[in-house]
Design a protein around this ligand. Structure first.
Ligand SMILES: [Zn+2]
Length: 68
């Protein structure tokens, strides 16, 4: 199943380092990539839309702990 680049909408982005995930059509996959980065590097990540303008989901924080 190929992905049409025009349909790629979501990607994970780290707020603590320059990491950005590859783009996905499905939010869930971008969110999974972001969570993987969070788990691997203990960085806070979020999922943004294709224009990098809008956070499409909630922030993912290491260990599930919320920082004030
Ligand atoms: Zn990071």
């Amino acid at each position: 199943m190929s992905q049409d680049p025009g349909q790629l909408r979501y990607r994970g982005r780290c707020v603590e380092c320059p990491w950005v995930g590859r783009q996905f059509v499905r939010y869930r996959l971008a969110d999974a990539a972001a969570r993987h980065h969070t788990n691997a590097h203990h960085h806070t990540t979020c999922v943004v839309d294709q224009y990098d303008l809008r956070i499409a989901g909630s922030m993912v924080r290491p260990g599930g702990a919320r920082k004030a």
